[in-house]
Design a protein around this ligand. Structure first.
Ligand code: TPP
Ligand code: DXP
Ligand code: MG
Length: 588
């Protein structure tokens, strides 16, 4: 029997002899590899903190002591050691455990994460709360990566913590990589600290933290020693731990970007399991990435910006082809947006590629720095809509609502790859306003997508099919579901279909014609209903006193969990079957 089989909670772990911990680390690593190899998920980050996870739960009295995992994608070992070993194979699946720490899932998950760089503020909040309650004997630990600590929000937390006497321990897990290699001056500084070539004092000590390290994060004896020392030190402390992302699986150590979240792989060799060799349509992110290179070659004013997601957004293609006009700014969405605004003010044509969910962090910058000054930044919002297994922290379902209310913004959602290419082409020719182009995670519809560019008329929708009774108004890629379902309907002749393309400005002329032609209108979007695309249609219908009945299909006022995109569409009632049934019922 494995040691791991005896561990149902950190109490069992603390009963082990320290000499047994390296064997436990090996077993835990093998367990993570075995399950992620078939069930998929975030691999590299969790493999890198196996020893750190064991050491933290061994030394500290969790869950009485508080422990927060920044981002949370590295918390698989933590989940397994805190009572979720038997259900770890349900990780990220519908109805299963979350891929991130979640307060409702376990008493050991002290704070829900998913978006980065929140851990220092949250742990400081807990430590200050403990102080106010007079609870002096509790420890508060945040584990944060080298890419996440470079974010503005983490620095805000450090800046505050340094002038408190709050009992916080920040563990800087430095593996010199985020999803892609870490960037920036802080990365250079941390490298110098590791090499012993940093000059004049220690940055964290200057911020009033007691600094320990760097320590080898795979050396359990060293980790236990450092944590034991720091456990009884009052006030703000930072332990600098050096780890290797993907530790223990050679392929994952060698190719850390691909093994961040590798999909299925062979658990022994680490080889990725390749998909059957069928020609698939491209991913939207790749259409964006390759098209940007094409456009940038002929338009020297084009620049590309990503906050730490060059691979995920495919801005990496511009970084490879035109490196001096491509900027990875690190996990710094606010900075990315305002820097794009500065570039636009200077006459450049900035394409700012951000996941929909992460743009939430730069909301004021979109309003104050871009829209208020009407600067023609081109936002490419990837992962708009439901994203699948990453779940509620990552679904891009709010952007239509939070952007639609901002004056000056144009908002466009392509139904396919060609529309994405063409709107990028149109935007770089010069628009009088900033534009947001939102597209989903996953693939488009057409294998041969590299058609010559065509200009798109701003604010003009598209009639795809005329019907007699019901008009379905869709926005973006989800419109392809309508095309498919019309073919399967009992009365296809009754249904008209309109790809509205623009959420803002709306094609009001087309809408007036639709309101006059149809008695029933259904709107479909992969975002929240409140204030979304359907809401915009309804507002306009009220304005012109349209007589037709309007029904909105979108996401209700709830957080959608994790699961496959198809499963989640069913949960949200925006799937093909539900719509088909609804439309068929209109003509019994
Ligand atoms: C606000 C925000 N922006 C971007 C991301 C996407 N993201 C997830 S993990 C990650 C890299 C984190 O790197 P690091 O903090 O060094 O942790 P490691 O993966 O090395 O453990 C990024 C950019 C995110 N989760 N949150
Ligand atoms: C943890 C995190 O935030 C990222 O790793 C995220 O899971 C990336 O999502 P994609 O797989 O859609 O790029
Ligand atoms: Mg890192």
């Amino acid at each position: 029997m494995r040691l791991l089989d005896h561990i149902n909670s950190p109490k069992d772990l603390r009963a082990l002899n320290p000499r047994q911990l390296p064997l436990l680390a090996k077993e835990l690593r093998d367990f993570i590899i075995d399950i992620v190899a078939v069930k998929e998920g975030h691999l590299g980050a969790s493999l890198g903190v196996v020893e750190l996870t064991i050491a933290l739960h061994y030394i500290f009295d969790t869950p009485k002591d508080k422990l927060i995992w920044d981002v949370g994608h590295q918390a698989y070992g933590h989940k397994i050691l805190t009572g979720r070993k038997e259900i770890f194979d349900t990780n990220r699946q519908l109805g299963g455990i979350s891929g991130f720490p979640k307060r409702t899932e376990s008493a050991y998950d002290d704070f829900g994460t998913g978006h980065s760089s929140t851990s220092i503020s949250a742990i400081l909040g807990m430590a200050l709360a403990a102080k106010l309650r007079g609870q002096a004997n509790r420890n508060h630990i945040a584990v944060i990566g080298d890419a996440s600590i470079a974010s503005g929000m983490a620095f805000e937390g450090l800046n505050h913590a340094g002038v408190t006497d709050a009992n916080v321990l920040i563990i800087l897990n430095d593996n010199a990589i985020g999803i892609d290699p870490s960037v920036g001056a802080l990365k250079k500084y941390l490298t110098n600290v590791k090499l012993g070539t940093a000059k004049d004092g220690n940055l964290f000590e200057c911020l009033n933290f007691k600094y320990n390290g760097p320590v080898d994060g795979h050396d359990l004896t060293a980790l236990l020693h450092e944590l034991e020392l720091l456990k009884d030190v009052a006030g703000p402390k930072l332990l600098h731990v050096i780890t290797t992302k993907g530790k223990g699986l050679t392929k994952a150590e060698e190719n850390q970007v691909a093994y961040h979240a590798p999909g299925k792989f062979d658990r022994i060799t680490g080889n990725l399991i390749s998909k059957p060799d069928v020609k698939l349509p491209p991913k939207y992110q790749d259409v964006f990435g390759h098209t940007l290179v094409e456009l940038a070659i002929s338009n020297e004013k084009i620049v590309g910006i990503t906050p730490a997601m060059p691979t995920g957004s495919s801005l990496k293609y511009l970084m490879e082809s035109v490196p001096d006009r491509a900027f990875d700014v690190g996990i710094a969405e606010q900075h990315a947006v305002t820097m794009a605004a500065g570039m636009a003010a200077e006459g450049l044509v900035p394409f700012c590629a951000i996941y929909s969910t992460f743009l939430q962090r730069a909301y004021d910058q979109v309003i104050h720095d871009v829209a208020l000054q009407n600067l023609p930044v081109i936002f490419c919002l990837d992962r708009a809509g439901l994203v699948g297994q990453d779940g509620p922290s990552h679904h891009g379902v709010f952007d239509i609502t939070y952007l639609r209310c901002i004056p000056n913004l144009i908002i466009f959602a392509p139904m396919n790859e060609m529309e994405l290419r063409n709107i990028m082409h149109t935007a770089q020719l010069g628009l009088p306003h900033p534009i947001v182009i939102r597209y989903p995670r996953g693939r488009g519809t057409t294998v041969a997508w590299k058609a010559p560019f065509e200009k798109i008329s701003i604010g003009i929708g598209q009639e795809l099919k005329i019907g007699t009774k019901v008009a379905v108004l869709s926005i973006g890629h989800i419109g392809n579901m309508v095309v498919q379902l019309i073919e399967e309907l009992d009365r296809p002749d009754a249904i008209g279909h309109y790809n509205m393309r623009f959420i803002k400005p709306l094609d009001t002329q087309l809408l007036r014609t639709i309101f006059q032609t149809y008695e029933y209108i259904i709107t479909l979007e992969d975002g929240c209903k409140a204030g979304g695309f359907g809401s915009a249609i309804l507002e306009y219908a009220n304005q012109v006193q349209a007589k037709c009945k309007i029904e909105i299909f979108g996401i209700e006022d709830q957080f959608i969990p994790h699961g496959t995109i198809e499963e989640l569409q069913v949960l949200a009632n925006i799937d093909l079957k539900t719509l088909k049934k609804h439309l068929n019922n209109l003509f019994p």
